[in-house]
Write a protein that binds this ligand. Sequence first.
Ligand SMILES: [Zn+2]
Length: 342
Amino acid sequence: MSVQFRSSSALIITLVLLCTVLFIIGLAVASAGMVAAKPQGSGDPVPAGDIEKPGEAGIEEGMAGELDGVDSGDRVPPVITGNGVAVLTLHEVAHGHNDYRYVVAPDVLERMIVTAREAGYVFISLYEFHAYMDGKAGVPDRAVLLTFDDGYRGVYENGHNIFVRHQCPAVMFPVTKWYSKHPRPEWARPHLTAEESKAMIGSGLWGFGGHSHDGHRTVVTGPKGQQGFFSTERMWLGQGRIESEGEYRARLWSDIELMTLELSRLGVEPRDFAAPYGKINGTLDKLLADAGYDFVYIGGTERNYPGQRKIYRVDAGDTVESFMETLDILWGKKAGQLTPAA
Ligand SMILES: [Zn+2]
């Protein structure tokens, strides 16, 4: 440096300034290094409990896939494992079968859970089902999703304690209009209250979806009083006129919105819709998709795999024998006829 300093104080000031500049440059370099060292995509926590490690039973190498947002590092990449999910349908849990065929007795329900587990079947939660169907996590080798339709109170009064005792997850699809105490034109068994539903959800075992608001009935579809399903057919409006396509769509949309509103009051952000009577058409499917329902449950006799939107459900029957036979047929351990859920 050939600069002439007029005084020692000028020299000191210059040295202090130089040191400050060097210190700031040093800080900048160090923090850039830390950013570069941060693992990629570490923002998304991965539900570790849902992912089997390679080498465990039931791994299908061909279904291996990598999760989003997982650092590769020296860890083994997670593997999406599973052989599909069997989705079974039940309705009511009550003592006595006389008045309604879709009733399972409490002791039968308990033996269904215990016997299936002893045979190697694993009941999964709605959360685990979603993660699998979204391609984000695996499921056990013989995964079963147990669903209940209609939202009957007996499931809470006679069944919920069994699910808690066995820490068994399940899914409920209530008809949301039936949360109201007001008289209904159609026949139905006593329905869950909002408080009972919240207690079920609060246990951490139950997932909830929708089964329509007012769509669990028929409507008049012709001048002679012909009947058709609420959600899939246009209504007869009288005076020689049937609903226009626009009127039909508007009726469905308001039903979907009311269902979603009722479920949101329970703290549920629904992604699942169980079609009443298993009936669906293109218009209903499109509106449901627009409203955020990613999975539409219909009758079917197959297991379910990631990427599907339509979810096939099988009627589980009302005995331990029918329940086990349904599972064994679905998993190819036994030949026989299955009944699609209605
Ligand atoms: Zn139903």
